[in-house]
Design a protein around this ligand. Structure first.
Ligand code: WQD
Length: 351
């Protein structure tokens, strides 16, 4: 691993905070850049409780020219390895309502980060991409050769960012980029101190089930029971957020030991799928609670089945997901039951 400082752009968010916990525990020097648009400063207290170390923070909006200038100024004294880039907007439905905002924030953040790294002579970047870059026509398991075509503006910004980074890496011979395409990240740190804290009504299955189990919502709507799958409900490749975080560490290690300029997409998924009903019953076991469901129509844009071919990650990064669906549910529930309203209670009385 590197002795230089690693930038975690968007490092206070759900996935970033789990990467931060791992890196701090391994004595890696990190600098988090975040504007708390969809994250909480309480994460810093929690990271300190988990690891005994508090990461450095630069609070700034990387999408704006002014924010980027502040970040560059603050980073100049440091010896920078490069960045793990997780900063951006990520709600699929919202991206359909507000496409120009999604393009503005998600593309400008990457453009500014590229410029900052160039100014600092840093050449390594791990990008938080998504399985939503794969068009619905791909058959699962999906490999990195799958056809790219996004079903919504959020996915389009992921495809554009991958292309932007690839073009930049080709123009600067030393640049090395890994685009990590996440399948469905779920679960939480086993301490129960950090986890996913969505604002408003959750869009995704796990946080929705968790809020039903904790009594914040009456039932889970199951979107479609007539898919061509064994129990009729949709199948996805769920991956424990700690496995995902380990995948980022493996990507950082890979780039640290590699000097040749390169750009590469890598799937992070388990390679197995679980149906909506399987997930609900596993969560119900983990929480020891009945979870009421209501079967409703399919959600527009959803496919029956999506899971990864993760063999490139295994071959190149020596990484594979190891945590089971039961562990994902157990850890997600520990976080949700200990933090009914996410970070909100801790925000009002400082820890
Ligand atoms: C999983 C399954 C639903 C909610 C999306 C984005 C992707 C990524 C992750 C990132 C599906 C079903 C869900 C509910 C349900 N985004 N479901 N009731 O759709 O695979 O991926 O989230 O930031 O880009 O597209 O994940 O968790 O929404 O859905 O029945 O209330 O659960 O139909 O089969 P998805 P999901």
């Amino acid at each position: 691993m590197t002795s230089k400082s690693i930038i975690l752009a968007g490092g206070a968010g759900y996935i970033g905070s789990h990467i931060a916990a791992l890196m701090l525990a391994r004595d890696i020097d990190i600098i988090i850049i975040d504007n708390f648009a969809n994250s909480s400063p309480v994460v810093f207290d929690r990271l300190e409780r988990i690891t005994g170390r508090r990461p450095k923070l630069i609070e700034a909006d990387l999408a704006s020219a002014q924010g980027a200038a502040t970040v560059l100024d603050e980073l100049r004294p440091h010896d920078i390895w490069g960045a793990v880039h997780l900063a951006g907007l990520k709600a699929v439905g919202e991206s359909v309502e507000q496409p120009s905002r999604y393009y503005d924030v998600n593309i400008n953040t990457t453009l500014n980060l590229i410029n900052i790294l160039d100014q600092l002579n840093a050449t390594k970047l791990v990008f938080s991409s998504s399985a939503s870059v794969y068009g619905a026509e791909n058959k699962s398991p999906v490999s990195e050769e799958g056809v790219l075509s996004a079903a919504n503006p959020y996915g389009s910004t992921k495809i554009l960012n991958e292309r932007l980074l690839a073009d930049h890496a080709r123009a600067r011979s030393k640049w090395q980029v890994i685009n990590l395409r996440y399948f469905n990240p779920v679960g939480a740190h086993p301490s129960g101190l950090i986890g996913e804290d969505p604002t408003g009504i959750p869009n995704n299955l796990f946080p929705y089930i968790a809020q039903v189990a904790v009594g914040r919502r009456p039932h889970v709507s199951v979107f479609g029971g007539d898919y061509d799958t064994p129990d009729g409900t949709g199948i996805r490749d769920y991956i424990h957020v700690d496995d995902l975080a380990l995948g980022h560490l493996a990507a950082v290690d890979y780039l640290t030991n590699q000097n040749r300029g390169d750009v590469m997409p890598i799937n992070l998924g388990s390679g197995h799928g679980h149906s909506v009903l399987e997930v609900i019953s596993a969560f119900s076991r983990a929480a020891g609670k009945h979870i009421p469901i209501e079967l409703v129509d399919r959600r527009p844009g959803d496919v029956a089945m999506s899971f990864a071919n993760p063999s490139r990650a295994e071959k190149l990064l020596g990484w594979a997901a190891t945590r089971s669906l039961d562990e994902m549910c157990r850890d997600h529930w520990r976080w949700q039951s200990g933090n009914r309203d996410g970070y909100r209670a801790a925000e009002s009385n400082s820890e």
